[in-house]
Design a protein around this ligand. Structure first.
Ligand SMILES: Nc1ncnc2c1ncn2[C@@H]1O[C@H](COP(=O)(O)OP(=O)(O)OP(=O)(O)O)[C@@H](O)[C@H]1O
Length: 267
């Protein structure tokens, strides 16, 4: 029996969310300050902002890996205080276990939760096939390229059909050509799965290319400076995007915010 690939996107409600870290010197670092956001189910949200503005903190709060200082986050009405099966996470580093095969890495969350492995094996194989890794299930991570390993990490995050997929600079460690391919594949994957995605990146171009909404965060303490709706039809073509006037208009708006804030952005 085939396990459906499409997950129902989760609704996300963030209310008055703040995170204050205490340093070893007993100083307080306000990483996120009173953020209110709502993501409709099935929205692709990209988050950009200067280094240290609190992007990873926001993601970690959404993942239930860090506790909030004030406010809360609800996923389909459930308040998140710890990791949740409706949430999948992909980090910059693939974090695969080198002694497990590709298939066993994808199935790791199922094994940990003691769910029916046989049922999820079919889904794992389908997911691998969809990201171009058909027949790679028995390989080990060391036999794969960086881009292939990151695809495996994405399959692992999707294995439980999470309504919310969190991605923290997932293509940041890849070379330029692999990154372009991954951006196109990410679009294709998301069009199929249609879950809610929060995608953190330093790349304004990949944010605008992939997202329905781009959130621009201010320098610390992180607040939302701009909430930009990206109204471009899909599928979007990476090779043609740089000739697209609408694309440039969105990129310009984001750069203007950064420049007004004195944040340097690469050209
Ligand atoms: N565990 C911690 N203890 C103290 N301060 C922290 C801790 N984690 C993060 N910070 C501080 O909180 C702020 C936000 O950090 P965060 O990693 O969320 O930023 P970021 O936008 O993801 O940065 P980058 O783009 O460089 O990855 C920074 O000033 C950072 O030094």
């Amino acid at each position: 029996m085939n396990v459906p690939i499409r997950s129902a996107g989760a609704a996300v409600e963030i209310s008055q969310l703040s995170k204050i870290y205490e340093t070893r010197e007993n100083d307080e670092v306000v990483a996120i300050e009173k953020v209110d956001l709502r993501f409709e189910p099935g929205t692709f949200v990209a988050v950009v902002g200067p280094s240290g503005c609190g992007k990873s903190t926001l993601l970690s709060l959404l993942a239930g890996l860090t506790s909030a200082s004030t406010g809360d986050i609800a996923i389909d009405g459930d308040i998140i205080r710890k990791p949740h099966s409706k949430i999948g996470v992909v980090f910059q580093s693939d974090l695969l276990l080198y002694w497990r095969t590709v298939l066993d890495n994808v199935l790791l969350p199922i094994e940990i939760k003691k769910l029916d492995l046989a049922k999820f094996r079919v889904r794992a194989e389908e997911l691998l096939a969809q990201v171009g890794l058909e027949g790679f299930g028995n390989k080990y991570p060391s036999e794969l390229s960086g881009g292939m390993r990151q695809r495996v990490a994405i399959c692992r995050a999707l294995i439980q059909e999470p309504g919310l997929l969190l991605m923290d600079e997932p293509f940041g460690a890849l070379d330029a050509l692999t990154r372009e391919q991954m951006i196109m594949d990410m679009q294709a994957m998301w069009v199929r799965v249609q879950n809610t995605v929060v995608f953190i990146t330093h790349g304004i171009d990949e944010a605008v290319f992939l997202a329905d909404r781009v959130l621009v965060m201010s320098p610390r303490p992180g607040r939302i400076d701009l909430d930009l709706k990206i109204d471009m039809p899909r599928p979007r073509q990476w090779s043609a995007i740089h000739e697209n006037k609408e694309f440039h208009g969105y990129v310009r708006q984001i750069r203007d915010i950064f420049e007004a804030r004195g944040v340097l952005v690469a050209h």
